[in-house]
Write a protein that binds this ligand. Structure first.
Ligand code: HC1
Length: 567
């Protein structure tokens, strides 16, 4: 370590870090708008300035390496005056419509800093850059952009796509899409990672809270809910739990307070996906079909492969995602069993994902002109809805899901972690291939937050090579190998968001890799605590095949649970 002095306190700190990183670790508050721990430093917002003795100018702590002997002041008059000036420059161009902004409720980093430093310029000269509502997944209110460039770095450096760029004119600077076209006309995959790093209300998920509230109030609507595996271990964060805490039992209780008719669980169709995708994999292996098989549950990833690797679409599993399998059954199996008209059902889906909003609107995801999933709310939107309705989640008594489509195994829950779909598939596929001889449950080789993972298994005399990637920047590394034709992989799991659904574009904020690590551990603990941990042992899944679908991969299953892709 090296010796430095910060705010008159001598301390020994690690070498090779920035002043900002060291201060954050030491619990010293330095404001930032353009910094994110998982992105390279931006150095554009000027809020993180500090004074280093002997330097003529204040320095940006986000890009200045800490050196032995430095005497640093993070909070003196000069520093505060400089931060106020930086905030004034931003706010003079920023709309003053905090009442109706999507980031209302303490979620706006700019509002928080303006309040902290008491900056509120009377004159606002707001540019007229426009509103982009072309996407089913996200809304861009460009007047609110403060040019922090985090969306640019996220989309380009992490996701490997590069939709955004900075525009500089004589009197304005902001971020927009390349060629300034509506976002729906770009290569955007709707992953929402840009939303999560936006410090203000410039990028937000497409708000559908009010649509959901209208359906909940409508006496003629029979509201049926599904919720993704990740929701149960992340929603609590919005109400103050540690990341990864399992609040499964609270959520059905909350929905029943709002008058929801049935609270079901996407975990049910995650298990169903394993039955369908596992059957497809075994079929391809036995019949010499196209390999490697690529998983198809992440709609951001689907859009990515449709745009970037259309030549590999035959590798993609034909399975719909668990959300859309659920949607199809919520408008067929459920009303047929309950004696209802599918037209009267309003199906609300809760996802840690913004691409799921897009997916629900794909034209092939409907039956007889009725959309299978009516509205998708993100984890953040659901938390807002509960708070608006006066529900304090953590005070509720635990309740269970409704029967028919409410049972989920541990295998389903781990879908939320990168590597989880693969592990869930292996638990069932290896068991089938070895006729029950190998009943391994924990495939730890496919666990962990690394962007690319691979493993080789010996199953019934056959070598099975699997790979996993999360985030499309990482997916590209695997797809280039597959496209070259010599990857040797049999089965590949891809999730569009870095770390998988626990890091989805709709997840609670703030999140970074440290938070995601805790979410991952929470998910595995929930799996370990579930008495049933293999998808083929889900009794409601067994029942739906017996009563309704017939065989996995059979005619009716194909009609309801499988789809096709467009290049
Ligand atoms: Fe996911 Fe999936 S795991 S994609 O991350 O396959 O969003 O949680 O619901 O559909 O089940 C998301 C999570 C989710 C689907 C499942």
């Amino acid at each position: 370590g090296i010796n430095v002095t910060i705010n008159n306190k001598p301390m020994t700190v690690a070498e090779g870090k920035t002043i900002l990183e060291v201060c954050k670790e030491a619990g010293i508050n330095i404001p930032t708008l353009c910094y994110h721990p998982d992105l390279k430093p931006g150095g554009v917002c000027n809020l993180c300035v500090v004074q280093v003795a002997g330097e003529a100018e204040l320095v940006k702590s986000c890009e200045t390496e800490i050196k032995a002997g430095m005497v640093i002041d993070t909070d003196n008059d000069a520093v505060i005056a400089s931060r106020k000036e930086a905030l004034t420059t931003i706010l003079e161009k920023h709309p003053n419509d905090c009442l109706t902004c999507e980031r209302v409720g303490g979620d706006c980093e700019l509002q928080n800093q303006a309040y902290y430093y008491e900056v509120n310029p009377k004159e606002r000269n707001v540019p007229n850059r426009g509103l982009d509502v072309s996407s089913f997944a996200l809304t861009r209110d460009m007047d609110k952009c403060i040019a922090c460039e985090k969306c640019v770095r996220m989309c380009e450096d992490i996701q490997g796509i590069g939709v955004y760029e900075k525009v500089e004119t004589a009197d304005d600077v902001y971020i927009t899409t390349k060629a300034n076209v509506p976002i729906s006309e770009t290569d955007c995959i709707n992953c929402g990672q840009c939303i999560k790093v936006c410090p203000v209300g410039a990028l937000t998920e497409k708000n559908e809270i009010h649509k959901a509230m209208a359906a909940l109030r409508d006496p003629n609507k029979h509201v049926v809910v599904q919720m993704a595996p990740a929701i149960k271990n992340t929603l609590g964060e919005e109400f103050g739990t540690a990341p990864g805490a399992d609040v499964t039992g609270k959520i059905p209780a909350a929905f029943r307070k709002l008058g929801v008719a049935k609270v079901f669980d996407t975990d049910f169709t995650a298990d169903l996906t394993i039955m369908e995708e596992g059957t497809e994999f075994l079929h391809r292996v036995k019949e010499g079909g196209t390999l490697p098989l690529l998983t198809s549950c992440s709609p951001g990833w689907i859009k990515y492969i449709e745009h970037q690797y259309p030549q590999l679409l035959d590798n993609l599993s034909s399975c719909k995602s668990p959300q859309q399998m659920f949607g199809a059954l919520a408008k067929s199996y459920y009303p047929e069993t309950a004696g209802l008209d599918p037209k009267d059902i309003f199906h609300l889906s809760i996802m840690p994902c913004t691409a799921k909003k897009f997916e629900a609107n794909r034209p092939e995801m409907s039956q007889n002109g009725i959309q299978d999933v009516d509205v998708v709310l993100t984890t953040r939107e659901l938390a807002k809805l509960f708070k608006l309705e006066g529900i304090n989640l953590l005070q509720l008594e635990d309740e269970g899901f409704d029967q028919l489509m409410g049972e989920g195994t541990g295998a389903a829950r781990i879908f939320a972690n990168t590597g989880g779909v693969m592990e869930a598939a292996l638990r069932t596929v290896v068991w089938i291939l070895t006729e029950g001889d190998i009943d391994t449950i924990d495939y730890t080789a496919v666990r962990g937050l690394e962007g690319v993972k691979e493993a080789e298994l010996e199953v019934a005399g056959m070598k099975v090579k699997v790979a996993i990637a999360s985030g499309t920047g990482n997916a590209k590394k695997l797809m280039d190998k597959v496209a070259a034709g010599d990857s040797g992989y049999h089965f590949i799991e891809i999730m569009g968001c870095p770390t998988g659904c626990i890091g989805g574009g709709g997840a609670p904020l703030p999140d970074d890799n440290a938070v995601k690590q805790q979410r991952m551990e929470g998910i595995y603990a929930s799996d370990a605590g579930n008495p049933v941990r293999r998808s083929h042992e889900n009794t409601e899944v067994q029942k739906i095949y017996k009563d309704y679908l017939g065989e996995p991969g059979g005619h009716k299953a194909h009609h309801l649970l499988h789809t096709h892709y467009v290049d």
